[in-house]
Design a protein. Structure first.
Length: 475
């Protein structure tokens, strides 16, 4: 029992004792028996009322001792107090996607530094903690256990969870712990109600591939398609979307490389099959290194097709390499969000303002838009939770599930309520790769430099529009 609780019980006991003593001082008179009986009855009622009050206070104290407490007028539990909100980041800082995720994490740091300098959220500063998962599922789980604890290492929310199998590995734990997370992953499973505490954003891999294959087919009057992908939740989610588009459009899949592109393995057989297919268009769901290897290897054998791929397949850092000119003439980039500086929306203006203020020497990279998007989900969710008077972990999840997230023109707005078919974003940003606009020395202080030119900011194929949601490659 806490000292405060003991003191309360003692004070109530003393009050009861004083009331009892006061009632016993009544002198006997001719009608003294009646007065004594009335006094005894009143005292008994007062005693019962005091005991009930004491029980109510004890219950309230027990609730406080159980983890939830009032922080001002707001209920809190783990990771939130009067001064700070702890946000966790499960980030690949040394694994195969580190080239993408390290700058995203730095952009997130910049976002929260800027937010803190401008008053924070609900009168509190954001304490952003990043742990390196190395793109390894067991390590991801280990660091999740740290963040989900109820001690001083626990967080109120996970602002980044890198990777599809990694995030899937904590999906049930998130629900059990009442904790929310934003995936740095676009697998189509995240819209499934079973992933209720995972707050996806942007066009998933499957829909993006539907849009990509449809766009390439339209632009190139294509009759045949080759599909190349990593095995598993990322690669095959995109590959299955590409196949759905091919079937709907009547395209012949002349090379089916679903799951055949293996990181670290010899790609000769894949390149040979691709060249022999003579496909009109190619859809790739890989990383940028293997995209360059496949495109370059096929082109060296005389293969000439138009290529496209899921967002993580391309990196502007390929443009100064030998494959740069081929990307310029033969590759179209698809993305769930606007590239850095590609529009003049309020959101993009703020992205540039933040990066220029906090990281003026940072290279001109669109991944900082991802940092802003994830930061805005955190900010708007926390503000909604504070307005609801409940900044517990469960309260934050509930708040996010009840609001629309305003993306201010950087991408379509987000709504986590309702049925999956209502939530799924079905449009894609389409970019032409333009090597003459690439500048390796460009920083966020410049107006361009990434080698991308916006072609369409809301391309939606009939295939994607008509798709009845179900996870393509479920995890």
């Amino acid at each position: 029992m806490s000292n405060l609780k003991k003191l309360l019980v003692l004070l109530l006991a003393l009050a009861m004792f004083a009331a009892a003593c006061g009632g016993s001082d009544t002198e006997a008179t001719d009608n003294g028996d009646e007065e004594t009986e009335a006094s005894d009855g009143d005292d008994e009622e007062a005693t019962e009322d005091d005991e009930e009050a004491m029980e109510d206070d004890e219950e309230a104290m027990e609730d406080d001792d159980g983890g939830e407490e009032a922080s001002g007028d707001v209920l809190t539990d783990v990771g939130v107090d009067d001064e700070f909100i702890r946000i966790g980041g499960l980030v690949d800082q040394t694994g195969i996607f580190a080239g993408l995720t390290v700058p995203i994490a730095d952009g997130s740091e910049a976002y929260f530094d800027w937010l803190n300098a401008n008053g924070g959220v609900a009168g509190r500063q954001i304490d952003h903690i990043i742990l390196d998962t190395a793109y390894d599922v067991p390590t991801h789980q280990q660091h999740y256990d740290t963040f989900s604890s109820e001690g001083e290492d626990g967080v109120a929310f996970i602002g980044t969870s890198t990777g599809s199998p990694h995030t899937a590995s904590i999906r049930e734990d998130l629900i059990d712990d009442g904790l929310g997370a934003i995936p740095l992953s676009w697998n189509s499973s995240w819209s499934d109600p079973a992933s209720g505490n995972i707050f996806e954003w942007g066009t998933n891999y499957c829909v993006e591939a539907m849009n990509g294959v449809s766009y390439l087919a339209e632009q190139n009057d294509a009759a045949t398609v080759a599909i190349l992908s990593f095995p598993g939740d990322y690669g095959e989610d995109g590959a299955l979307g590409a196949k759905a588009a091919a079937e709907a459009l009547g395209l012949e899949v002349v090379y089916d490389g679903q799951g055949q592109v293996i990181p670290g393995a010899d790609s000769t057989a894949v390149i040979t099959g691709l060249v022999e297919s003579e496909a009109d268009i190619v859809w790739a769901t890989t990383n940028s290194g293997l995209l360059a290897e496949l495109m370059g290897g096929a082109a060296a054998s005389g293969f000439d097709a138009q290529w496209g791929g899921n967002g993580p397949s391309f990196s502007p850092l390929l443009l100064p390499t030998e494959v740069g000119p081929l990307l310029d003439t033969n590759y179209t980039h698809f993305s769930p969000y606007a590239s850095l500086g590609s529009n003049d929306s309020p959101g993009m203006t703020e992205v540039l303002e933040i990066m220029r203020a906090e990281r003026p020497d940072a290279q001109f990279l669109s991944v900082y838009v991802i940092s802003w998007i994830q930061g805005e989900i955190v900010r708007q969710g926390m503000e909604a939770a504070a307005a609801n008077g409940d900044m517990t972990r469960a309260g934050i999840v509930e708040a996010l599930q009840g609001i629309e997230i305003d993306m201010q023109g950087v991408m379509p707005n987000l709504n986590f309520a309702g049925e999956p078919n209502d939530q799924v974003i079905r449009s894609s940003f389409v970019f032409d790769v333009t090597i003459d606009t690439y500048n390796a020395d460009a920083t966020v202080l410049d107006d361009e430099g990434e080698g991308l030119t916006l072609v369409d900011d809301a391309y939606m194929s009939d295939v994607a529009r008509d798709w009845d949601y179900a996870p393509c490659f479920g995890i």
